[in-house]
Design a protein around this ligand. Structure first.
Ligand SMILES: Nc1ncnc2c1ncn2[C@@H]1O[C@H](COP(=O)(O)OP(=O)(O)OP(=O)(O)O)[C@@H](O)[C@H]1O
Ligand SMILES: [Mg+2]
Length: 254
């Protein structure tokens, strides 16, 4: 599995904010990425320039194989960037060591297509898991926060259910609660609605948007689903490893 550290931490990890670009959660300049070695070496990302701002909901779209997951895993400190510049929370990830990447990951919540819940744990225990790695939070507080967040995603009646007894949409909502319970600065979601019908998919994305507003965190959603584009503040499109669109969307008042 690519990501090993779901231990996003919530307590004001003092990141280096010497940048004047405090509003920028991610700042990518001239980023290339290659897979393979020697003759098999293949360029996947070409001269990526992209900034994600605090509190934004960004949708990253593009054809299969265009490099979306590769870019997401680079921004998430799940893969080492090779060239150019990739600042996350003001920290340069190009040339960063494993330890520095782990520190960055503590401030990020991850949501993947197949939710990655642990089958042997209840919904509450799955959510608590990401807080239990923080030794400075009391057990009673961990439990309270897990329950509160499950209630906020509409699962107050299901806190003691195991994943096998939850629907696809409910499981994905547990995964969202788990990603957000530690108040990450950024959430990276790779096709979080792919396994859901369109109604549950939309609910899940609207929920992420609402929680992003409440917690002021930045959310990047990779999706193929054109029906959810309107939840985003910005749409970014990748084609053949290049950014072909980076467009702000006008705010829609509900
Ligand atoms: N670990 C790897 N080693 C070699 N090539 C890889 C690796 N991961 C991805 N690739 C290649 O990089 C390209 C981009 O893959 P990536 O997974 O980023 O695409 P994607 O846009 O997320 O596609 P999808 O929409 O199907 O998920 C593809 O050609 C893929 O085959
Ligand atoms: Mg992908």
């Amino acid at each position: 599995m690519l990501f090993t550290d779901l231990s996003v931490n919530y307590l004001n990890q003092k990141m280096n904010s010497s940048q004047s670009t405090i509003n920028q959660v991610v700042n990518i300049k001239n980023l290339d990425h290659f897979f393979g070695e020697g003759k098999l070496k293949k360029q996947i990302l070409f001269d990526i320039n992209l900034t994600l701002n605090t509190g934004e909901v960004i949708i990253l779209k593009g054809p299969s194989g265009s490099g979306k997951t590769t870019l997401l895993t680079l921004m998430g400190g799940l893969r080492s960037p090779q060239s150019g510049s990739l600042l996350v929370f003001g920290e340069e990830l190009v040339g960063a060591n494993k330890n520095q990447l782990v520190q960055i990951r503590r401030n990020i919540g991850y949501i993947f297509q197949d939710h990655n819940l642990l089958a042997s744990l209840t919904a509450r225990q799955n959510v608590q898991m990401s807080l239990e790695l923080h030794h400075n939070i009391k057990t009673s507080e961990i439990e309270q926060r897990a329950i509160a967040l499950l209630e906020s995603v509409g699962l107050g009646e299901h806190i003691n259910y195991h994943p096998q007894n939850l629907s696809g949409g409910q499981k994905q909502r547990v995964a969202i609660a788990r990603a957000l319970v530690s108040h990450p600065k950024m959430v990276l979601a790779d096709e979080p609605t792919a396994a859901l019908d369109s109604k549950s998919g939309r609910d899940v994305v609207e929920l992420m948007q609402q929680l992003a507003r409440e917690q002021g965190c930045t959310i990047l959603i990779v999706t193929h689903d054109n029906r959810i584009l309107d939840v985003a503040d910005r749409i970014v499109e990748l084609e053949d490893g290049k950014i072909t669109l980076d467009r702000e969307q006008p705010a829609i008042d509900n």
